[in-house]
Design a protein around this ligand. Structure first.
Ligand code: NI
Ligand code: MN
Length: 225
């Protein structure tokens, strides 16, 4: 069994079998987050790309928990420079950690770190925990590789950005959910800022009208995958 807790924006925790990780821990600047970074207890922090709304509080959380940051090679090196232990990976590669397996997938997006350091290529993640596979697309436009990754790695739940402007909007996210053949798809990366206002119910309605299945997690809500 896999539990997912959504903290708003693209920040979520996954918990299975006593293992817990957090993805893109944007908490301090995230008005939808109902927790503090200092309350997060995890054994791993996954960072999809270098932008501030994804790196978020990763340094503080990793130091407080004395845990690993998992990201691409360039971002892992940057965390190393902040005194954080990091496991470097890159797109297409997977690795099995004590909590589960992680594979980096392509995301069509930028990845510069907040201080201007080159953050390599933006990524998404396939994460296997508790016998389930979650696909987190990261910040990305729609791309046809989603179909290939979905075919090679059957997906139980896809987390897809719907906020438009910086990423896919609702209509492209609906197509992305169908492309990757996820059993269920959850909208993320919306309403945090006015420019990414979007309606998660519209995503579910449009997806289900095309034969997919949508699922919304409220801010702070824990759902079972
Ligand atoms: Ni971004
Ligand atoms: Mn973002």
């Amino acid at each position: 069994m896999l539990k997912l807790t959504y903290h708003g924006h693209s920040c979520f925790e996954l918990e299975a079998g006593g293992h817990r990780v957090i993805v893109d821990p944007f908490i301090a600047g995230n008005s939808h987050a109902k927790i503090k970074a200092s309350d997060i207890k995890v054994e791993g922090v996954l960072v999809s790309h270098g932008h501030g709304d994804h790196v978020g509080d990763a340094v503080e959380i990793a130091k407080r928990n004395r845990c690993l940051v998992i990201s691409n090679f360039e971002i892992a090196n940057w965390f190393g420079g902040q005194g954080v232990e990091a496991h470097p990976m890159h797109i297409g590669g997977s690795h099995t950690f004590p909590f589960g397996r992680v594979k980096l997938t392509p995301a069509v997006h930028g990845s510069a770190l907040p201080d201007g350091t080159n953050g390599g290529l933006a990524a998404g993640f396939l994460i296997w925990m508790g016998g389930k596979c979650v696909y987190y697309a990261g910040d990305t436009g729609i791309h046809s590789d989603m179909a290939l990754y979905g075919r090679l790695n059957p997906i139980d739940l896809a987390l897809l950005p719907i906020g438009d402007n910086f990423t896919m909007g609702v209509d492209d996210a609906v197509e992305a959910a169908l492309l990757c053949q996820a059993k269920e798809a959850m909208p993320i990366h919306f309403d945090t800022f006015p420019v990414i206002a979007a309606d998660p119910k519209e995503f579910v309605r449009k997806l289900e009208s095309k034969g997919g299945k949508g699922r919304i997690a409220g801010f702070g809500e824990t759902v079972t995958v």
